[in-house]
Ligand binder design. Structure first.
Ligand code: GAP
Length: 457
């Protein structure tokens, strides 16, 4: 495990999230609800972008993948067959003095961390939330909020196979809410009771599972790096065989250097044929695969990369966060990858005069048809740049009186704070090209590099 010092504190991330409207405590006016969070106007854009980046890489850009969306409420027999009713537990201890409850495996000492009191013996606590289906609150009507999205893929294995005529190896992917009645929550959105997952079940021929396990571990690490996570902030932690989850043959956590230290961001698991066999036995349905080439029926093995949206979003925020000295103040800048940035472009007219406003608004309306764009004409240009830096907007476009005459605008890039002046007719295409990785100083026809920076203070 890499020993490194986290580059940002959780206080700074929480404070920026609160201040700029990324994440709020759930039901805050009532004092909040422990382990639940609400995404604000910028947070939801960031979250949608994280989900889209995953969906694009895992489903849309691949021939061997399909997506589905299954319901949160599932037949209670699902959770008996999957083993969750029996095994999806954490060890719980309670303080005999203050009655607070803790996860035994998270404690470093055998006494209450709150008051020092004596603790009860460990007991296993099932993390699934229970509710009733229909109007009668009877035990026979008990159902559960799903604790993982994965079972939706397993119970639909045959539906997908029959309707898409897939050949192995192929995967089924899904994103959606999961719920766990965690004994202790904390570290902001890292561990909550309601969260979102992005999971993929990759069905392979038994015997090829080890090769595919390595493949997916690498793919997933590369995905984080491609979207802005520093490679040195990622690590792999192999689970000890004796501590594997009830369904797993091999599990590796991809860990990230969060402000509180190295913690799991994603799990990659080799689930063998456990789930399909369990559901086949419990439902009486055949859940196997006919191999055209070898003329045999068999139950595929499964490799599963499973990640929490909220947990990966927190990692993207941590690695984007930077502070730089800036005259007497500090410039806080979120260096989000452009594909994840909640706002891609800000249009900043240098005056509120009507002729310039109308002109700038037309540019804004044109850009926002395909790019998340903000219009901001309040306060000094320097303050507006800082506001956009703090929410991670990669490009700011200043519109000045000269623009009315030469039909050109100045584009300023967030990280290096370099500026180019380009024709408005080239603006959208140029920004899209830069977002896709083109060198910022590569100019479109009629463009020039602005040598003297527009005064930012
Ligand atoms: N289907 C396998 C599965 O659910 P997991 O390791 O329990 O495996 C997968 O969960 C991912 O879901 C974790 O790596 C984490 O990113 C996220 N996750 C799990 N519990 C969470 C919680 N209480 N709050 C936020 N994210 C959570």
């Amino acid at each position: 495990m890499n020993e490194q010092t986290p580059t940002v504190t959780m206080e700074k991330i929480v404070s920026l999230s609160r201040r700029r409207g990324f994440v709020f405590p759930s039901s805050e006016i009532y004092g909040g609800l422990s382990g639940c969070w609400d995404y604000g106007p910028l947070g939801i854009e960031l979250k949608r972008n994280v989900k889209q980046a995953w969906w694009n890489a895992m489903v849309q850009q691949r021939d061997d993948m399909v997506g589905i969306e299954t319901s949160i409420l599932m037949h209670p027999k699902v959770w008996i067959a999957s083993g969750h009713l029996k095994n999806f537990t954490d060890p719980l201890v309670e303080c005999k003095s203050c009655n607070q409850r803790f996860r035994a495996d998270h404690l470093t000492e055998k006494k209450c961390p709150a008051c020092g009191g004596e603790l009860t013996a460990e007991r296993q606590f099932n993390l699934m939330f229970k509710t009733f289906i229909g109007p009668v609150e009877d035990v026979s009507n008990t159902i559960y909020l799903r604790p993982e999205t994965a079972q939706g893929m397993f119970v639909n294995f045959d539906n997908v196979l029959q309707t898409t005529r897939r050949k192995l190896p192929f995967g089924i992917a899904q994103q959606g809410k999961s719920f766990r009645n965690e004994i202790t929550t904390g570290n902001f959105i890292f561990r909550s009771r309601e969260f979102e997952q992005m999971e993929m079940e990759y069905f392979v021929k038994p015997g090829t599972d080890e090769k595919w396990f390595e493949y997916w571990l690498n793919e997933r690490i590369n995905w984080y790096v491609k979207h802005g996570i520093k490679r040195e902030h990622l690590s792999v932690l192999e689970h000890e065989k004796a501590k594997l989850a009830h369904y797993a043959k091999r599990v590796c956590d991809i860990t990230f250097l969060y402000p509180m230290g190295w913690e799991e961001i994603e799990g990659v698991a080799s689930r063998t044929d456990f789930d399909l066999k369990q559901h086949a036995a419990a439902s009486g349905k055949v859940l196997d695969y006919y191999d055209d080439e070898t003329k045999e029926h068999y139950v595929p093995y499964v490799i599963e990369p499973a990640v929490g949206v909220d947990r990966s979003l927190l990692a993207f925020m941590c690695d984007a966060y930077a502070e730089e000295p800036d005259k007497e103040e500090t410039r806080i800048v979120m260096r989000f990858h452009p594909s994840l940035a909640p706002v891609k472009v800000a249009i900043l007219p240098l005056s509120k005069k009507e002729n310039l406003s109308n002109f700038a608004r037309d540019i804004y309306k044109n850009l926002r048809t395909t790019l998340a764009t903000q219009y901001d004409d309040t306060q000094s240009i320097g303050r507006r740049y800082r506001r956009q830096d703090e929410i991670g907007t990669p490009y700011c476009v200043t519109v000045d009186f000269q623009s009315l005459e030469d039909n050109r605008v100045t584009v300023r890039e967030r990280d290096l704070m370099l500026q180019i002046r380009i024709p408005i007719a080239e603006l959208k295409r140029t920004i899209e090209a830069k977002m896709a990785g083109e060198d910022f100083l590569k100019l479109p026809p009629g463009g020039e590099v602005v040598q003297t920076k527009v005064k930012e203070g």
